[in-house]
Write a protein that binds this ligand. Structure first.
Ligand SMILES: [Fe+2]
Ligand SMILES: [Fe+2]
Length: 163
C-alpha cells in the first residue's frame, strides 16, 4: 500500500513537471502582457505543487526538489510538441490557452479521482487541495482565453467600422 502511494506520487510529480515545462515554454510564446502574467502565476503555482508533492515523496530516484525543478523539459513531451514553432503569434497564443485549459481540466479530474481512491487522510487532503487549485487554474486560463477572443473580436469590429 505504502509503495503504491509513493508510486502515484512519483507519477504526479513527473506529470506536474511536464505541466511546469509547458508553462515555461508557453510564457515565451505569448505576446500579450496580460497572458504572460497569467502564465507566470501558473508557473509559480505548479512549482508549489511539485514542492508539496515532493515533501510527501520518499523515493530517491528523481533526486532532490531543487535539481528536479531544474531538469530540462522532456524532449518527447506531447504537450510541448503540441505548442509547435513558427506559428502566427495570435494563433500561438490561442493554442497555448487551449492546451492549458485541457491540461488543467485533466489535472483537476485526476486529483479528484486520486483523492476519492486514497486511504491515507493526509495524502487525500493534498490531492483535494491540488484538485481545487487545478480547477482555479482552469478558471484563470479560461478567463484569459475569453479576454483574448473578445479582443480579437473588437479588432474585427474596429476594422469593419473603419472600412
Ligand atoms: Fe499542478
Ligand atoms: Fe495547474
Amino acid at each position: 500500500m505504502k509503495k503504491q502511494t509513493q508510486e502515484i506520487l512519483k507519477e504526479c510529480l513527473l506529470h506536474e513537471k511536464e505541466g511546469l515545462d509547458f508553462y515555461r515554454e508557453a510564457a515565451s510564446r505569448v505576446t500579450r502582457e496580460r497572458s504572460r502574467r497569467a502564465l507566470e502565476t501558473l508557473i509559480a503555482e505548479e512549482q508549489g505543487h511539485i514542492e508539496s508533492l515532493f515533501s510527501r515523496y520518499s523515493g530517491e530516484e528523481i533526486g532532490d526538489v531543487r535539481s528536479f525543478l531544474a531538469l530540462p523539459p522532456h524532449i518527447e513531451s506531447p504537450l510541448i510538441k503540441a505548442l509547435e514553432t513558427g506559428l502566427d503569434p495570435e494563433i500561438a497564443s490561442r493554442r497555448v490557452m487551449e492546451l492549458a485549459m485541457r491540461l488543467e481540466e485533466e489535472n483537476r479530474d485526476t486529483y479528484r479521482s486520486l483523492a476519492a481512491a486514497c486511504n491515507d487522510p493526509e495524502i487525500r487532503t493534498v490531492y483535494e487541495k491540488l484538485a481545487r487549485d487545478e480547477d482555479r487554474h482552469y478558471q484563470i486560463v479560461e478567463s484569459e482565453y475569453a479576454h483574448m477572443m473578445a479582443m480579437v473580436h473588437e479588432t474585427d469590429i474596429d476594422t469593419y467600422v473603419r472600412e
